[in-house]
Design a protein around this ligand. Structure first.
Ligand code: PMP
Length: 355
């Protein structure tokens, strides 16, 4: 840290993204990307738009907003687009959280929540998950703090029901509840319809996982028009052109090609169930994930060792050093071939361990 770094943020610990090593070609199962490329018309749209990069992008994201509103059956003033959903999450922390409205989120969840809280100098409470890693919604009922819950949660993949989400939202009318639906397209149920009923609910989503656009950076928030206006106040005070031209047109085309992406999600879900059962047959404890990843631990295999043995064999998964989950690894669900390679390597590692 230089002597110029502001004292205000001197204790900030930045988010650590999943590794992207360049030393060899890995099977990448560590950052929850889609194993499938964007649809051909998305690639075409991005290429075509590259020829207009001398011009600023449309700050209102008009084509995206129109198509999204049509596809999701909502009004156009109920959505905001952002540079990945990380950005809209940060906008929400900036807009709605302060000393009177501190944050509450699960102790095991997306690692960016505490970073956003510290960046915006907001107090936060980390509420322990149950022993089985599920969120107990009752912990948040009437909590009187702004709530942030990933549903399905990461890295566990476990989901709350819509009724449980509604209980949390309904019982905290003077606080904001953010439901982060980054992984909802892999079998979850969206809380977007509830945004019509509750003026304190924000649902966020991303094109990074189910729509194969992690590298384009496109996220969104859905809420009542008043909250969207507040989020736009932050957007226009930081970066009005937050969605670049190529991403905007790629996102638009991805919504037009929705069927392609939803078919891919179905394949990922099939591969997830296949891998989950195979890992369980090998003795792993695996949560019933509703996301595009599995969360798994083996009673005779140290979590970090499993991670490094896979890495040696050219397979990257995500290991977290947090005490409570350090025996676990988060494994992104890829193609069937990638999953078979993971299972073969896993069998080999277990065999070697028991020699
Ligand atoms: N929420 C959760 C729960 C995530 O796991 C991620 C991906 N790291 C994000 C939000 C952010 O995704 P993006 O910024 O790529 O939209």
């Amino acid at each position: 840290m230089s002597r110029f770094f502001t004292e205000r943020l001197s204790s900030l610990e930045a988010y650590v993204p999943g590794e992207q090593p360049k030393d060899m070609k890995y099977i990448k199962l560590n950052t929850n990307e889609s194993p499938f490329p964007p649809s051909p018309s998305v690639i075409e749209a991005a290429k075509e738009e590259a020829g207009r990069l001398q011009l600023y992008s449309d700050p209102e994201c008009t084509p995206l907003v129109e198509k999204f509103a049509e596809l999701y059956g909502i009004q156009k003033d109920r959505v905001i687009f952002s540079n990945g959903s990380d950005e809209v999450l940060n906008f929400a922390f900036m807009a709605f959280f302060d000393e009177n409205r501190p944050a509450a989120f699960p102790d095991i969840s997306y690692g960016f929540y505490p970073v956003f809280a510290r960046l915006n100098r907001i107090a936060y409470e980390e509420i322990p998950l149950r022993e089985d890693f599920s969120v107990n919604y009752k912990d948040y009922v009437g909590i009187g703090k702004n709530v942030v819950i990933a549903n399905p949660n990461a890295p566990t993949g476990l989901s709350l029901t819509l009724t449980e989400v509604e209980e949390i939202v309904k019982s905290n009318p003077d606080n904001i509840v953010i439901i982060d639906e980054a992984y909802v397209d892999f079998g979850g149920v969206s809380a977007i319809p509830l945004t019509y009923k509750y003026g304190n609910l924000i649902v966020t989503g991303t094109f990074s996982k189910s729509r194969s656009l992690a590298g384009a950076r496109l996220g969104f928030g859905v809420a009542c028009p008043e909250l969207i206006r507040d989020l736009n106040t932050i957007k226009y005070s930081t970066n009005p052109y937050n969605v670049n031209r190529m991403t905007m047109m790629a996102g638009y085309r991805a919504l037009c090609d929705n069927g392609y992406y939803m078919d891919n999600c179905k394949t990922v879900m099939e591969n997830r169930e296949y891998t989950k059962h195979a890992l369980r047959a090998l003795g792993f404890t695996v949560t019933d994930s509703m996301a595009n990843f599995l969360f798994a631990a083996h009673p005779r295999l140290d979590g970090e060792e499993y991670y490094s043995e896979l890495r040696k064999r050219g397979i990257l998964v995500r290991h977290f050093s947090k005490e409570r989950i350090k025996q676990y690894n988060r494994i992104t669900v890829g193609t069937r071939e990638e999953m078979d390679a993971l299972l073969r390597a896993t069998e080999e590692i277990i065999k070697e361990k028991s020699k």
